[in-house]
Design a protein around this ligand. Structure first.
Ligand SMILES: O=C(O)C1=C[C@@H](OP(=O)(O)O)[C@@H](O)[C@H](O)C1
Ligand SMILES: C=C(OP(=O)(O)O)C(=O)O
Length: 431
């Protein structure tokens, strides 16, 4: 039987502070880069969740020494661009940030590796990445459907081709994976993005972190990326993971919806995650925002209403799901456009979002890469929300309980992908 959580309608306390868990995108990138470095790296505030567990288990199986300290930080002893174990069977769950970058790194280093995940991971495309890796000289075999995991990786044979095309219109994680893996060859490369590149701010996270690990990439307008002929990553002795900006979106939206100030800590005006741009969208529709070095706070003035919006959300695909719930409080039609990638994530998020928003009474129109939401005059009480094993569906729909009705969230444990303590923290905000 499916578990569920019942959320009664609630008011928030007069002020709230939430210490954010570490960023998933940053945690999994740092773990891989530290493993590939030629020194020891101490990581602070690493996210603890299913997605990071999959990356940690994989690195351990590959022979990377990992040591947890009592203070909760993690010491990674990098192996200078090699994985000690040349054969491994790696289960990567539904973690895109583990599956795509590990595929690239292992394919370029060569060996005998079996990479697989949950059933949904086997429906999430990887063909554009494999195509690019094969041009470089990787030998990657599809064990199921062509273009999808599971994969078998074999030995690498350098083709000496140094100009690599890659498509970026399905997922930016393919380019991220290629960028992080190519330096392992010690050769200079030029990567050429073919056509549109989606989710660009995630590439900025990749380049920013590679720089911290001493590899500088020349970025020509997100179209051409030049990698130097540099042979190894050098980790900073100590690195801190900033709070997760996508996880922050639920609490920041709660500040706007409730009108009570909600502050998230661990993330601030120097954030490197593109999803902080979500805060600017909240501001445009009525939020009062305060930015600190290590916090962001959102509230709403007493007479300020929440305004409808029509947004191209390609730059914030994850946080944009939160806006789909905020739309319910605007009293007028809203549009979220250019989000085609929603269809190949944890579930088909456009269809899932449309189906569940209709359960609370909204009129919703789906397009291939857009969703149009007209809120009802009165939300339906205690809708039973299905979550499709998608952490963000569960977290987003919890916000309905701030709109004067109760809501039931089925399978709340799916939040473990990135935020195992979400519902505990969300409940603590209530008066
Ligand atoms: O690189 C990353 O850390 C991510 C990139 C995005 O995916 P796409 O590039 O597939 O949109 C995002 O949705 C995902 O949660 C994390
Ligand atoms: C799309 C997501 O995850 P992944 O890293 O598996 O792509 C997400 O967290 O919303």
């Amino acid at each position: 039987m499916n578990e569920f959580i019942f959320l009664p309608p609630r008011q928030l306390k007069s002020s709230n502070t939430v210490a954010l868990p570490g960023s998933k995108s940053i945690s999994n990138r740092i773990l891989l880069l530290a493993a590939l470095s030629d020194n020891v790296c101490q990581i602070h505030s690493l996210l603890q969740s299913d997605d990071t567990d999959r990356m940690l288990e994989a690195l351990e199986k590959l022979g990377i020494p990992l040591q947890k300290s009592l203070s909760g930080s993690l010491k990674v002893t990098g192996q200078n661009g090699v994985f000690p174990n040349q054969h491994a069977d790696l289960f990567l769950g539904n973690a895109g940030t583990a599956f795509r970058p590990l595929t690239a790194a292992l394919a370029i280093l060569g060996g005998n590796y079996h990479l697989y995940g949950v059933a949904r991971m086997h429906e999430r495309p990887i063909g554009d990445l494999v195509d690019a890796l094969r041009i470089v000289g990787a030998n990657v075999e599809y064990l199921g459907n062509e273009g999808y995991p599971p994969l078998q990786i074999h030995d690498f044979t350098d083709t000496k081709i140094r100009k690599i095309p890659i498509k970026g219109d399905v997922s930016s994680q393919f380019l991220t994976a290629l960028l992080m893996a190519l330096p392992l060859t010690g050769k200079a490369y030029e990567i050429h993005v073919q056509g549109e590149l989606i989710s660009k701010p995630y590439i900025n996270i990749t380049l920013n972190l590679m720089k911290k690990f001493d590899i500088h990439v020349d970025n020509q307008a997100h179209q051409i990326f030049r990698l130097p002929a540099k042979t190894h990553y050098r980790a900073p002795e100590l690195i801190h993971v900033e709070g997760d900006a996508s996880s922050a979106s639920y609490f920041l939206a709660a500040g706007l919806l409730s009108g009570k100030p909600v502050r998230v800590t661990g993330l601030g005006k120097h954030a490197i995650q593109g999803d902080v741009a979500f805060v600017h969208e909240l501001e445009k529709i009525g939020a009062t925002v305060t930015w600190g070095d290590d916090f962001i706070e959102v509230s709403r003035a007493v007479n300020q209403s929440i305004l409808p919006f029509d947004l191209d959300a390609n730059h914030i695909p994850d946080a944009a799901m939160t806006l789909a719930i905020v739309a319910l409080a605007t009293g007028a039609p809203c549009a979220i456009r250019n989000i085609g990638s929603w269809r190949v994530k944890e579930t088909d998020r456009i269809t899932a979002m449309a189906t569940e928003l209709r359960k609370v009474g909204a009129i919703v129109v789906e397009e291939n890469d857009a969703i149009y939401i007209t809120p009802p005059k009165q939300l339906i009480n205690n809708a039973k929300i299905d979550t499709y094993d998608d952490h963000r569906m569960a977290m987003c729909f919890s916000l309905v309980s701030l709109l004067g009705v109760s809501v039931t969230i089925n399978d709340p444990k799916c939040t473990h992908k990135t935020f195992p303590t979400y519902f505990q923290i969300f409940n603590e905000l209530a008066e």
